[in-house]
Write a protein that binds this ligand. Sequence first.
Ligand SMILES: Nc1ncnc2c1ncn2[C@@H]1O[C@H](COP(=O)(O)OP(=O)(O)O)[C@@H](O)[C@H]1O
Ligand SMILES: [Mg+2]
Length: 266
Amino acid sequence: MDNRTDSAAPSGRVDIENLAISFELPGGDTLEAVSDVDIVLEAGSFTALIGPSGCGKSTILNAVAGFVPISGGQIKIDNEPVSGINPEVGVVFQQYALFPWFTAIGNVEFALKRLQLPRAERRERALAALREVGLEDRASTYPGQLSGGMKQRVALARTFASEPKVLLMDEPFGALDAQTRIAMHELLLGVWDLHRTTVLFVTHDVDEALLLSDRAHIMSTGPGRIIESLEVTSSRPRKVDEMTEEFLTNRNKIMKLLRHHTVAES
Ligand SMILES: Nc1ncnc2c1ncn2[C@@H]1O[C@H](COP(=O)(O)OP(=O)(O)O)[C@@H](O)[C@H]1O
Ligand SMILES: [Mg+2]
């Protein structure tokens, strides 16, 4: 294991300040999707964004990725305002988005192309990334022959291999069954521990947020905004079947907030 990431200066801090995002709808109306959002992602931290469908989680994530223009406030990565797609920001969606015509290692190597490494080094790095997710022996397998969990592991390997400063994950495990999800949580935390990339993890699953994150922001709709932020301090690995006091307290608090806001707005 090399220490490439350990020796780098700490980086990957994200500041989201007073963020507002609106969409022009066909017909001329404007939809205020999110407003007044303030989030700090400390370098190397793991932050969850929780909220019901339609509250603006993906919109915020897509704005940090530079996919969606903002209407107010600002987003800065290491003090640089986001002004478009940034190669140092990795994104993982629910859809694995692997190229079906490349093997597992081919998919990882493709993502490394922009680093312009010598061919042998690129292959070695891709193989190391597959090793981190336990798929070294599937390097030559095509996505069509991999299970959903394995495809998402390739997607993780591909993302971490290019050493992004910031990793944005939008309900990455939403399509997986419960058992596979638990395995993916352990795997993700293991790989994250090696790289300490700053992670923003979007989910509507309260347990998933509390199992993974250092800090969780809870959102509500109409327009999307943050209604509560809390720290998660208990040590990892955390298990749903061995809940700590903190886990239960946080879980009850979030459930109550989400229920209250859903009832109030429906
Ligand atoms: N490109 C778009 N054009 C118009 N409305 C959009 C667009 N993207 C998202 N929205 C709207 O913004 C709101 C927030 O959506 P989204 O961020 O996808 O929510 P979430 O990810 O929390 O489910 C929703 O009302 C959605 O319909
Ligand atoms: Mg979404």
